[in-house]
Each structure stands twice: as structure tokens, then as C-alpha cells.
Ligand binder design. Sequence first.
Ligand SMILES: C[S@@+](CC[C@H](N)C(=O)[O-])C[C@H]1O[C@@H](n2cnc3c(N)ncnc32)[C@H](O)[C@@H]1O
Length: 268
Amino acid sequence: MTDSTPLSSAGDRHFDGLAEKFAGSLYGGPRGELRLALLDDLLPRLLDLDGQPLLDVGGGLGQLSAWFARRGHPVTLLEPAGDMLDQAREALDGLPVSFVQAPLQALLDHAPGPWQLIACHAVLEWLSDPRAAFATLAEGLAPGGQLSLMVFNRDALRMSNVVKGNLQKALDDRLEGTGKRQRLTPISPLSHAQVVAWSRECGLSIRGVAGIRVFHDYLRQPPASEDDWQRLVALERRYCQAEPHWRLGRYLLYTLTKDEPTNEERAP
Ligand SMILES: C[S@@+](CC[C@H](N)C(=O)[O-])C[C@H]1O[C@@H](n2cnc3c(N)ncnc32)[C@H](O)[C@@H]1O
């Protein structure tokens, strides 16, 4: 396995040189198809959408930006990796999307907002300090603004390691990747408990949560037919917000809103 480009100076895994691999390994297969099918259902249910401008942080190849832009939202896609950005530019040609090459940590300088709507999907797990990044996202939101946050679920990663027979790794709790190789194992998988704690610290409220791929990643064998695939999609849709299943989704999808200042905080 070859080394990919080094981590950024902040210790994050920017996806420079990984655009092809990312497109193929995630969006090119059933996992990506399922993620997009679930987002299609969940985003309109979890978010109040009225065409407000969206900041897509770590927007990658732009699939999520495209989803919003096609529904009438002007989108700003912020992404540090040049080749991801180039591919996104090409794919989103003709849609109302502008592109900013910068990391999340520089968001307040490059796209200060404040924003009524921010999306940050599958990014925090690639950062060396996801807690600081979470605080920056909260700062970029306007009061009452919504953050659509998707994170790679540490509890699901433990479960899938056990299911695969990686028992010692699970027992040692050595779940995170190093980010130093081309393998796409996140360096900072997160738990629901962390998201709850950080939300409190940053004045955000969790308005909704769902698990993305609550069954698919634990299957012993892939669906044998198109009919079985459709049954799996129906099961994922039915149980993605149901206890206890959402908690073991490979990703956790949240809607967080920034609390409005109280009258006391507003007073001069
Ligand atoms: C797994 S991809 C997710 C892309 C997209 N949000 C999606 O859901 O398809 C992770 C993205 O985060 C980007 N990234 C890594 N470090 C970042 C940082 N410090 N700030 C913003 N984006 C970052 C990577 O370059 C990559 O495009």
C-alpha cells in the first residue's frame, strides 16, 4: 500500500490525490448509493429548507452541494483539496455553486457568514482536532441557523470490527486509522456522546438524528438480487431514526440549531 500525501500542517487528512479513490470506493458503489438515497428522504425531514444559502464545508466532490443547488439553494463549497475541488467544479458546472479553496479552520476568514444553513458531512472524522472544528462550525452559524452534520460513528466502527473478527483490535479500542496510508479509515471517528457534549459547550441544540446504513455494513453477504436490494433500502429507511438501530449507523446525521440569545444576553 503506497503512502498518500502527508497530513496537513494541522494534522488533517485533506483528500489531495484521493479524488479517484474516493469517487470509486464510496460513491461508485452501493454504500454511496444508499447514503444518497437516505439523504434524499432525511434532509427534507430533518431540516427547514426555504432556498436559503448553504455553506458546504469539506464539500469534496460536491454531491451534497449538487443536492441543495438543484433544489434552489445558492451554495458555497469550501474544500482544501485542489483536485477534489477541480472535479467538483466540473461536475457542478451550470449549478449556482461557488468554490472556495480553504480548510474548515479558516472558515471564519474565507466564508464568514453568519450562515443560516451549514452542511458538514463526513469531514470531522478526518481532522486531528474535531472538537475545535465543531466550535468553528457553531461560530459560523447565525442565531437560529441550522447545521447538518454527518460524522463517522465510532460505536459502529467497533461493531463492524467485531463482526469481521478483529477482536483484539476492538478489545484494545484501536479503531481509528493513522491517516498515513491510502486506506480510507478515519483518524477521528466520533461517538454520539461527544456530539452531545460538544453541542452543549457550543450553544447548539440537537433537533434530529438518524443513522446512515444501520444494517448494510453488517451484512454477511450482499443482497443477492435487485428485489433484496430494494428490501434492504426499505429497512434502512424504516429504522434509520428508530431506537436502538440509529445508534449503530455507520454515520450519524444530525440537525443542530444555534440557540437564540436570551433577553439577558441581548441586553447591553
Ligand atoms: C469523506 S470526504 C467527504 C466529502 C463530502 N462532504 C461528502 O460527504 O461527500 C472528506 C472531505 O473532507 C475534506 N477535508 C479534510 N480536512 C479538511 C479540513 N481541515 N477542512 C475542510 N475539509 C477537509 C477532504 O479533503 C475531503 O474532501
